[in-house]
Design a protein around this ligand. Structure first.
Ligand code: NI
Length: 175
């Protein structure tokens, strides 16, 4: 596994439509592993392949819990804390199948738009179909953080950033 460089708003690659994955090859699996590692290193809850400069329809999401990082990051292995049920997905060729008419507005950020946060209104519940790491189709129904993350990452694959649709964008303190 290797960390990949996250590109930022202003880079034209973020504005392109990513291509479908035709076959889940070892190269795609390596990319997915790198994306997990890169997302966790950056303390994000989602990352799409175009954010690491690869225009393929792949995203990773982990909305297991609000990020409350503790300063024991030096060991990558055992975690003494109780682990909540994971809510994490690798999505290959994700497609929005259903979206609720009901909308929900909440704050979003993006690893490609550092130091900013914005209020975004999106469908409150969605159903998404995608392929997993073995190339098998699966469906996810999500609401709340999960729905938001799914929509945010699918947008990335279509060259859309949350800042395009946010009602207001504000600076947030960097750590
Ligand atoms: Ni993003």
């Amino acid at each position: 596994m290797a960390l990949r460089k996250i590109i930022c708003e202003g880079d034209p690659l973020l504005r392109k439509r990513s291509r479908e994955v035709e076959e889940v090859t070892d190269r795609i699996r390596t990319l997915a592993e790198d994306m997990w590692e890169t997302m966790y290193e950056a303390e994000g809850v989602g990352l799409a392949a175009p954010q690491v400069g690869v225009l393929r329809r792949i995203a990773v999401i982990d909305v297991t819990e609000p990020a409350e990082p503790e300063d024991d990051s030096s060991d990558g292995g055992t975690d003494p804390n109780p682990v909540p049920e994971p809510i994490k997905y690798l999505l290959i060729n994700p497609e929005l199948v259903e979206a609720s008419e009901e909308m929900a507005a909440s704050k979003e950020g993006c690893l490609s738009v550092p130091g900013k946060s914005g209020l975004v209104e999106r469908p409150a519940r969605v159903k998404v179909r995608a392929l997993d790491i073995d190339g098998k189709p699966f469906e996810i129904e999500g609401e709340g953080m999960l729905a938001k993350a799914l929509l945010h990452e699918i947008d990335h694959l279509n060259g859309i950033l949350y800042t395009d649709i946010a009602e207001e964008i504000e600076d947030i303190e960097s750590k």
